[in-house]
Write a protein that binds this ligand. Structure first.
Ligand code: NAI
Length: 309
């Protein structure tokens, strides 16, 4: 009808095939969750070694999920794992891997130029109807979308780490994302058994916009000598009901990642500078290579498997 909201003739109403670019921590998680929920998934990375890493992440996570879903039933666990793995193809050929995609989810390195290059290329080889989205945490979706001619079929799907466990997905619509594309993205999240929330294309979207300034203020409390990281963590867990304190969370996210995000936001100048003013304590730890869990030392020491010492 004349009042139809389906302004884009292309956006698919029934996404079946998903191609995920990047088989790192996030990409592998997204691939797993999509495969567990019956999507046909292709996982793409630059080389076979990176793909192997992604497959290993998926295999060990699936084992945990299977044990939880079918305790004491080894046969059912195996069926579940085999069925999920059968939904996943891998590829290093970006062009071939996008030919059948209804939806492309990008989870490669957090670099605007690199993401734009990838999408500019994909725009030329992927079918017209294919929806594009980025899992970026800190870059504007609209800036990435600019590299394509399908800004109406472009949005953000922001998953959280660890993807198989975290229920939330932030669905980001830019000024140009069509209603059809947005509806499709929301539907995909629901079919992945996630809970989507929608947000405009703003720095940090919802979760990080609130979390990052809070974490920076925690650092300032410690820097001013008002409390120790341990006391702040205990306080926020037992006094505010948070599952992790801000220092445990910072170590989990990665101190380098945190610094990257606040530096970027300051440079963009789109949010109140005071909220993300530099903190020497953070800059020093990053300069020393103490990134948190992944490097073995952040605010807390970690052993090889990422558990606290
Ligand atoms: P990662 O470093 O673990 O994985 C990135 C992967 O992308 C690597 O395997 C790399 O080889 C691959 N890659 C790089 N360029 C590529 C290209 N042109 N084509 C195909 N593959 C390519 O990174 P991670 O942590 O998984 O993050 C990926 C994205 O997800 C980033 O945009 C990040 O902002 C976002 N994100 C990260 C979260 C986190 O907690 N780590 C949370 C939410 C979003």
């Amino acid at each position: 009808s004349a009042f139809s909201t389906s302004s884009s003739a292309y956006a698919p109403h029934n996404v079946k095939n998903i191609t995920v670019f990047g088989s790192g921590l996030m990409g592998a998680g997204i691939v797993q969750v999509a495969a567990q929920n019956a999507f046909n998934v292709t996982m793409v990375d630059l080389n076979p070694e990176a793909l192997k890493k992604g497959q290993d992440i998926i295999a060990s996570s699936l084992k945990r999920v299977a044990k939880k879903q079918f305790p004491e039933d080894a046969a059912q666990q195996k069926t579940f794992i085999d069925k999920t793995m059968a939904q996943i193809k891998t590829s290093t050929d970006s062009e071939a891997a996008s030919k059948d995609a209804d939806l492309i989810i990008e989870a490669i390195v957090e670099n605007l130029k690199t993401k734009q290059q990838l999408f500019s290329m994909l725009d030329k080889v992927a079918p017209e109807h294919t929806l594009f989205c980025s899992n970026t945490s800190s870059l504007p979706i609209g800036e990435i979308a600019k590299a394509t001619k399908r800004t109406d079929r472009f949005g953000g799907l922001h998953f959280f780490n660890p993807v198989p466990q975290m229920k939330l997905v932030e669905v980001i619509r830019t000024e140009e994302t069509s209603q059809d594309s947005f509806d499709s993205l929301m539907e995909v999240c629901t079919r992945m058994k996630k809970t989507p929330v929608s947000c405009k294309d703003t720095p940090g979207f919802i979760v990080n916009r609130l979390l990052v300034p809070y974490m920076m203020e925690s650092l300032r409390i410690v820097e001013r000598g008002e409390a120790t990281p341990q006391d702040v963590d205990v306080a926020m867990k037992l006094g505010a009901g948070f599952p992790m304190g801000p220092f445990e969370l910072a170590d989990f996210v990665g101190l380098d990642t945190m610094k990257f995000i606040v530096d970027g936001w300051r440079k963009e100048g789109k949010i109140d500078d005071n909220l993300v003013a530099p903190v020497k304590l953070l800059d020093d730890l990053v300069a020393q290579g103490n990134f948190g869990r992944k490097s073995g030392q952040g605010f807390y020491p970690y052993n090889g498997v990422g558990g606290k010492k």
